[in-house]
Design a binder for this molecule. Sequence first.
Ligand SMILES: Cc1ncc(COP(=O)(O)O)c(C=O)c1O
Length: 418
Amino acid sequence: MDSNKIPFLDLVTPHRELKEEFVAVFEHALETAGFVGGPMVEDFEQTFARYCDTQHCVGVGSGTDALRFALIAAGVKQGDVVVTVPNTFVATTAAITQAGARPDFVDVDERTYNLDPVKLREYLEVQCSVDGSTGRLVNKRLGMPVAAVVPVHLYGQPADMDPIFELAGRYNLIVIEDACQAHGAEYFSRKGNRWEKAGSMGCAAAFSFYPGKNLGACGEAGAVTTGDAELAQKVRVLRDHGQARKYYHEREGYNGRLDSIQAGILRIKLRHLTAWNARRRECACRYQELLGSAHEGIKLPYEPSWAKAVYHLYVVRVQNRDRLQKHLAEANIGTGIHYPIPLHLQEAYRHLGYRKGDFPVSEEVAAEILSLPMYPGLAYVQQERIAQQVLDFVDGETSSGTSSSPSARVAGLAGQNG
Ligand SMILES: Cc1ncc(COP(=O)(O)O)c(C=O)c1O
C-alpha cells in the first residue's frame, strides 16, 4: 500500500494477520467437504448469540436475507406497512418489499441520525388510526395496516429503543432491529435500568457480515438473532428452501444459508471483535479531540449518554461536503458518503410518490455528511494528518466566506458536537 495514502478502510492488514487461521478453516472444509451448514456454522451461531446476549442466532447468506427472513418469520404479511428511516442502506427497504410489505418512512433525529421517536409518535397518532373492525392500526393515506417498525442502528450507534418499544407496545407493532452496522453496540435502557446489546432488544435483529463491517466475512454472510425459539426455527426453515427435514417442504423458502467457510472465518474474527470495537471507540475519541477545536463549521458524531456506539463509520457534517471530499482525496485520504440520496428520493422508490421536502432532516444530513477513515488499525499519526487537512479546509472555508450563508449555517451546527 502507498504509505502516503490513508485508505477509507483497510481490509488487507487484519486478513494478513489472521491468514494462517483462515487457511486452516478452508483446509478443514476441503477435507470434510463441509461447505454448507454443519458444525462450523453451528459453533459460530452459538458463539454469536452469546456475544449478543441473546438465545438464538441463525446464520444466513447476507444482511438482506436476515432482514427479509426476520420480517417474514415475525409475521409481516403481504400488504402490510413497515416503517423505517429514509437515511439507511437500500437493503433495509428492499427486504421490506421482498417480504411483501410496503416501506414507509419516519424522519430521523437531527443529532443521532437515527429514528426520531417523537416523529414516530406523530406518524402513528396523526397519520394512522385504529380500524374498528380489525383492531389494527391503519395508515390513513395508504389504507394499509401498519405491522412493524425497523429502527436502524446507523453507523454503529443504537437507536433510542425505549420510546420505540413503548409506542410499539401501544399499537401492537413488531420491532425488528436493523443491526447490520452495529455488532457489539450497546443501549442503556432507562426502563430496564441496564445496558442491552444491539441484536438482543427487538423481536428479532438482522446483522450483515459484509467484508467491511465491524465483523466481516471474506464474502457474503449475515445472521438473525432472537430470543424467540419459534421465530428462530421459522428462519431456519426460510433460509433452507422451506424445509426443516430434507425434501419435506412446509412452505416455499429461499436459498439463504450461511456457508461453513464464512462461518469458520467469522468465528475466528469474533474473538477479536471486542478489541477491534474498543480500538474504533479510541479512534473516535481521538478524532473528537483533534477536530473539537473546529466546532464552528463541522459537526462531529453525537453519542448520547445511553449509547455505546461501535463506530462502524465516523461521520462528520460540513457545508460544502463535496469540496471537503475532493480536498481530502487530493491529500491522498479516502472518504465515503453514507448515503448521498435518502431512500424516498431514489429512482427505485419513485412509484411510492414521495417528494423532496418530505423528510427534511434526512435530506439536509445527506447533503452534508462525510465518512472519514475508520478502522481498528488507523494510527494516531494518520488521524493527525486527516484532522489537519479537515481543519485547514474548514478554516479556509470560514475565512474565505465562500459558503452560501456562513454565519447562519455555522450557528446552526455549533454546540451540537457531542
Ligand atoms: C443498515 C444496513 N442494512 C442492511 C444491510 C444489508 O446487508 P448485506 O449487504 O449483507 O445484504 C446493510 C449492509 O450494507 C446495512 O448497512
